[in-house]
Structure formats: C-alpha cells, structure tokens
Design a protein around this ligand. Structure first.
Ligand code: TAP
Length: 500
C-alpha cells in the first residue's frame, strides 16, 4: 500500500480524478442503450459530481446474457480453484493500490468521512476479496457414508448468474461482501449499485477486469431501483439475488422471485439495534465511547447502528454525562474530505429531511432532547445533521421503534433484567445488539436471550471476515454475509451416486 492519508495527497488525487460513469458489461464500459443518464451528487455540497448511465431492462438483459455466456463457457467456474484464487488476490491487491482514489470516490458520493473510507471501508473491501480468494483451494467437498458398493459425493457447485443489488451506505464494502463469496464459488455477477453511489463500484469492476477476471464474469448496471433493480429481480435467467437494503425493498425481491423463476433470494436488511447497559458496569468511560461509536459511526447510516441505548436507570445519568463530554470532544461534523473529522454529511436532501422529520416529531411529542436535534452547516449546501440524543424515550415511541438511519440515539431506561431483554427484543428487527456487563453469568444469560444475528459483549464490534453477519426476524432472510457460511447461498449442493 503506497497511499497515505494527508490533505495534500487528497488534493493531488482529486485533481487527477476521473469518473467511470458508464455501465460495465461484458468487459467494456458502455452507455445505457436508451442514452439516458442521471446525476450523482456530492452530499457535502449539493453539487453534481457527474452524470451516470441510467440502465434499464434492456441493459440488464445484456448484462445477464453476458454473465450467462461467461458461465456456460466455463471461463471462470472452469478454472482451477488456485487460478481463481490468484486472480482474486490480484484484484484485492489492485483495490489496495487504489485505496486513496477509492476512498475519495466513496467520500465524495456518499458524504462519508474520508478517514473511515481510507482506514475501514476500502481495506475491508480488499480484505474480503482476498480472504475469500484464499478459501478457493482450501475447502473440500464430501463423500457420504453410504453402502460399500456405491460412492456418493456431495459437492458444492456455483449457482450461475448472481444479481447483487446494493445500498448506498457502504458502497465498496457491500460490493466486496457480495463479490468475495460469489466469485470464489465460481458464479458470474451483475451488480446494481445504489443510484446515489455508483462511482466506486464501477472503478472496482474495472480493477477486477484488470486483475484478470474474464469479460462477462463481473458486470455493473448503474440505474434506479424501480428500473434496473426491478429488471434484475424479475429476470428469468438470474439464479440468485444477493440484496442488501431496506426491509421494504427486500420484500419486493421475494415477490419478484415468486412471480418469475423462483430465483434464490438472500436478504440483508434493516435494524433497530439495542445497546443494553447493565448496572454492574465499572468502566463508564469505555462504555460511553463505544455507545457513541455504535450510534454515530457513519452518521448512523448503518444497518447495525446501536440506535437504542437501553440502560439501567441507576447509571443512566452518569453514563449520559460522560457521553455528552466525549461527544463534544471527539465527534466533530464537517467536510467529509477532512481526515480529522468523524462525521460527514447524510446521503441526500430527502434522506436528511426524513431524519429531521423523526427529530421534529419526537420534539413535538415532548421527548427530552439532550443534544443536537437540528440541521447544521447549512451554508455549505451539504446535508449535515448534528448527532442527536433523546432521553427517557418510551419504548413505543416512534424513534424507539423505526429505523431512522441517521445520527439519532433514543435512550430507554429500564429497572429489571427481564425488562431490558423485553425492550431489546421488542422490534421486528434482529440484526445486531451490544451488551455491557462485568458479570459473566449475566453475560451468558442475556446474550442468549437477545434475538439478534450478532451480539457484541463489552465491545462495539462489526465482527470481521471470519464471522457470519446477518439478521434474525425481519433483518435478514436466506443466508449470511461474510465467512465461509456465505458460500452456502452462492452454491447448490449436488449429490452424485457412483455404483461400484
Ligand atoms: P433500499 O432503498 O432498500 O435500496 C437498496 C437497493 O435496492 C438500491 O440499489 C435501490 O435502488 C434498490 N431498489 C429500490 N427500490 C427497488 C425496487 N422496487 N426494486 C428493485 N430494487 C430496488 O435501501 P437503501 O436506502 O439504499 O439502504 C438503506 C437500507 O439498507 C437500510 O434499511 C439499512 O438498514 C439497510 N442495510 C442493511 C445492511 C445489512 S448488512 N443488513 C447493510 C447496509 C444497509 P435505488 O438506489 O435506485 O433506490
């Protein structure tokens, strides 16, 4: 890795930045067949960065056909696993080599703090692809314990064509989470990035091609959900939808599947995640810094954001006092390209207005606003909202139940352990949870009782590539991202009987 993150390096790189803004189909950048484009904006200024090809069903069809041709020709699935591994590792290396450029693209189009993009998102993307690549020649298929006069092998085979439909909050990371397992298991992929964040995905696809991924294996069709997204969902020759996004749109993909070819559907969806703090915790400073990080990382535009602080009444005020001190000191909002800042802009005006709507209704309902609660830095033209904390929030209040996807934390006090568990589980979601306690028995009991795909005890952890990530209840369906468990939904099991 040659890039460093300095103001000067960022300024130099931006001067030479070129946007990839066409569709990437069958190894080439091409305009949409209709010639249509849509603007992509910088949410920190409201200015247009570039126009991007607006793919429709015709373009999706071309991409799916290219992927199917590549799959049938075996140019990818037919390689020796060690060859696939080598190409994917080159791909990961190229992502690392372009770390600053990709971090800038990510920050410019998503409003994310450049430090997070450079230190977390882009390295995670490269690491996910590299880690999956390493599994290519290390996982074995099975021989079933059948009768002695037959051999029955149980093998994992690629599904064929995967449609990956992605959100805007972690554009590069989500591409990595889908491409890693899809490619290593031998599939061909058609990616539809969120319309607000196509640029880093298109550049990543180009790097994959440069690394040696054959034409047709990795395609990107930028466009709107209602056109390109729906066309992928409805396409009769797509074998799996790998979707990350809202629960509402996730449901649509189940409908598309049911209405067409019963394609597999794997959904990573929303969350309203609790951070439960028990009265026995001794280190309130550590708890406070982790609670803030969980709630406000990526401006709260994070499916696993700990947006509900479920805290024992006896320590609530002391914890909140510490949090307010740390928030003031450590969580500055401003230009996402400033490497010193931890909070950038929300993704777009409509989304900012939605977040402010939740805040205004909470204020109107008489909830106690501790800090924030307003748009800031309006003079920049950007969509900035101050990190916001409401205290004494009833568990049935709107901000205690709805996924806000912004920097808004609802503090919900409790008196008993049973009450804490009931509050933690009292949503339709079950993606992630944190639990803070110094008592090992409490930790065992409560981490088991909390219904979530990931429970982080005495830490704020997004996990790493070795652990599966996904949700219980309406937070997920049909498989997990990351780790070798992700390979399951990108493959079919084939049993072959051989009579001896
Ligand atoms: P969505 O609005 O659900 O959009 C996700 C993707 O689906 C976008 O590419 C979108 O295209 C497309 N889409 C929208 N409507 C569609 C339709 N009718 N048919 C087909 N495709 C359609 O989510 P978002 O706002 O980008 O992201 C925020 C949500 O993602 C939150 O709920 C968050 O919790 C969830 N999320 C979950 C995770 C995990 S791992 N569980 C991770 C990140 C985010 P457009 O861009 O054109 O709308």
């Amino acid at each position: 890795m040659t890039d460093t993150l300095t103001r000067d390096a960022i300024a130099q790189k931006i001067k030479r930045l070129e946007y990839r803004n066409l569709a990437f189909i069958d190894g080439q950048f091409v305009p949409a067949r209709s010639g249509k484009t849509f603007p992509t904006l910088n949410p920190a200024t409201g200015e247009v960065l570039t126009e991007v090809a607006a793919c429709g069903s015709e373009d999706v069809d071309l991409a799916v056909q290219a992927a199917r041709r590549a799959f049938n020709a075996g140019v990818w699935s037919g390689l020796a696993p060690a060859e696939r591994k080598a190409i994917m590792k080159r791909f990961a290396d190229l992502i690392d080599e372009h770390r600053l450029e990709l971090a800038i693209l990510e920050s410019l189009e998503a409003g994310k703090p450049i430090g997070e993009c450079f230190n977390v998102d882009i390295p995670d993307t490269a690491n996910t692809i590299r880690w999956n690549a390493e599994t290519a020649d290390k996982l074995y298929d099975a021989v079933a314990p059948t009768a002695p006069d037959v051999v029955a092998t149980v093998r994992r085979e690629p599904l064929g064509v995967v449609g990956a439909v992605l959100p805007w909050n972690f554009p590069a990371m989500m591409v990595g989470w889908k491409l890693g397992p899809a490619l290593v298991t031998g599939n061909c992929v058609v990616v539809k990035p969120a319309q607000l964040t196509s640029l880093s995905t298109l550049r990543i696809a180009e790097l994959g091609h440069k690394a040696g991924i054959p034409a047709g294996v990795l395609n990107v069709v930028p466009g709107l959900g209602s056109t390109a997204g729906q066309a992928i969902g409805m396409h009769p020759d797509v074998d799996l939808i790998a979707f990350t996004g809202s629960t509402a749109v996730g449901r649509r993909f189940l409908e598309y599947s049911a209405a067409t070819n019963l394609k597999r559907v794997a959904l990573e969806l929303g969350g309203k995640n609790p951070q439960v703090v028990m009265p026995d915790v001794s280190d309130l400073k550590t708890v406070a810094s982790n609670v803030l990080a969980s709630a406000f990382w990526n401006m709260g535009e994070n499916c696993s954001a700990g947006s509900r602080l479920v805290v024992h009444r006896s320590i609530k005020d002391a914890l909140l006092d510490e949090m307010l001190v740390q928030l003031e000191a450590d969580w500055k909002t401003g230009d996402p390209l400033d490497p010193e800042l931890r909070l950038g802009a929300l993704i777009q005006k409509d989304h900012m207005d939605k977040v402010l709507g939740f805040i205004d209704r909470a204020k109107a309902a008489g909830l106690t606003l501790l800090t924030g609660g307003e748009r800031i830095l309006e003079e920049t033209g950007g969509y900035f909202v101050a990190p916001t904390i409401f205290d004494e929030v009833p568990r049935d209040a709107e901000i205690a139940r709805e996924e806000i996807f912004g920097p808004v934390l609802a503090v919900i006090p409790f008196d008993t352990e049973e009450e804490a568990i009931a509050i933690a589980n009292d949503t339709c979601y079950g993606l992630a949870a944190s639990l803070w306690s110094d008592d090992i028995s409490t930790v065992h009991r409560m981490s088991k009782a909390i219904r979530a795909g990931t429970v982080s005890v005495n830490c704020f952890s997004e996990g790493d590539i070795t652990t599966p990530f996904g949700g219980y209840k309406q937070s997920g369906f049909g498989g997990r991202d990351k780790s070798v468990y992700a390979h399951e939904h990108y493959t079919e099991l084939k049993t072959t009987w051989i009579k001896l």
